[in-house]
Design a protein around this ligand. Structure first.
Ligand SMILES: [Fe+2]
Length: 257
C-alpha cells in the first residue's frame, strides 16, 4: 500500500529542520494508489476529531477522571484532575486534522521504527495531563503514526511500519522511539514534518492532533495545508535536541468530557 520506490520530488536544498536535512525526498501526492495516493488530500478539508479549544467544555465540571496511580476511571469528585486553579496559560492541547492515513489496529509498542528503519533516530516523550495541566493521566491510550524519512506512509501490509499504540504510565508519561519523519509534497509545496497523535482517556475528550518541529521551513506561513492544519500552534511545535538520538518532548493536555 505504500508508494515507496516511486520517484518523488525533493524539498529544496537546505529545507531541513535546523542544521539537519530532515528530508531527502518528498513524495508526489498524485502517484500511485494506496496510502501514497492520498497525500494531496492530507486532511486540509477534513474536520479535526477531538477539537477542544472551541468545545465549550468546562474542564472542571463533572465527568469521570483518572486515578493516577491505577489508571482506572474513578468517580466524579475524586481528587484526580480537579484542581480548581489551572496554571496561567493552561489550556487543552489543540486539535489538528486526522488526515487520510490513520489505520486502526496498530500494534502495541513503543518502538514504532524498527532497527532497520532509515532515518535519524528520534525519541519522543512527554506526559498526558488533565485539564489543570498538572494531574497526570495514567492509562491514556496514545496511537501514533507518521511518514518515513522520505515522506511516505506505510500500512498494515508493511506490519504497521511507523505506527503504534501505547498507554501512559502511572505518572502519565510515555516515550516512543521512531525516526524523524520526512516532509512531503502537498500541492506545489511541502507539509512540515509531523507525527500524528490520537489520544483518549475515559472521562476526557479524545484528541486527534499533530506534532511539528521547530525550525521546519514549511511551518506557517509556508504550510500548504493552510489554516486547516493548525500547524501554527506553538504548543505543538517542539524543539529537537541536536544529539543522537534526537529527542523531543511533547506534553498533552486533555479536556474533560
Ligand atoms: Fe500526515
Amino acid at each position: 500500500m505504500s508508494n515507496e520506490g516511486n520517484d518523488v520530488p525533493k524539498p529544496p536544498a537546505g529545507m531541513g529542520i535546523g542544521s539537519r536535512r530532515v528530508t531527502r525526498r518528498g513524495v508526489l501526492g498524485i502517484l500511485g494508489t494506496g496510502l501514497g495516493a492520498g497525500l494531496l488530500a492530507e486532511g486540509c478539508s477534513e474536520p479535526a476529531r477531538g477539537a477542544l479549544r472551541d468545545s465549550g467544555m468546562d474542564p472542571h465540571n463533572g465527568g469521570m477522571h483518572a486515578d493516577a496511580e491505577s489508571g482506572a476511571p474513578s468517580s466524579p469528585g475524586d481528587a484526580g484532575d480537579s484542581h480548581a486553579d489551572a496554571a496561567p496559560g493552561c489550556a487543552p492541547t489543540t486539535a489538528d486534522v486526522e488526515g487520510p492515513y490513520y489505520l486502526a489496529g496498530a500494534p502495541s509498542r513503543t518502538q514504532i521504527a524498527g532497527s532497520a528503519e532509515p532515518g535519524e533516530r528520534l525519541l519522543i516523550s512527554g506526559r498526558v495531563l488533565g485539564p489543570d495541566c498538572v494531574t497526570p493521566l495514567a492509562g491514556a491510550l496514545i496511537d501514533v503514526w507518521q511518514a518515513d524519512k522520505d515522506g511516505v506512509y506505510h500500512g498494515a501490509e508493511a506490519e504497521y511500519r511507523l505506527r503504534g499504540q501505547m498507554l501512559t504510565d502511572a505518572d502519565g508519561s510515555y516515550e516512543f522511539e521512531t525516526v524523524m519523519p520526512g516532509q512531503y509534497a502537498l500541492g506545489s509545496s511541502f507539509r512540515p514534518a509531523h507525527v500524528h497523535f490520537m489520544v483518549s482517556r475515559p472521562g476526557h475528550a479524545p484528541l486527534t492532533t499533530q506534532l511539528y518541529f521547530q525550525g521546519d521551513p514549511f511551518l506557517p506561513p509556508n504550510d500548504p495545508c493552510g489554516t486547516g492544519c493548525n500547524s501554527d500552534e506553538p504548543d505543538r511545535v517542539v524543539a529537537v535536541s541536536g544529539a543522537a538520538p534526537l529527542r523531543a518532548t511533547f506534553d498533552i493536555v486533555l479536556a474533560r468530557t
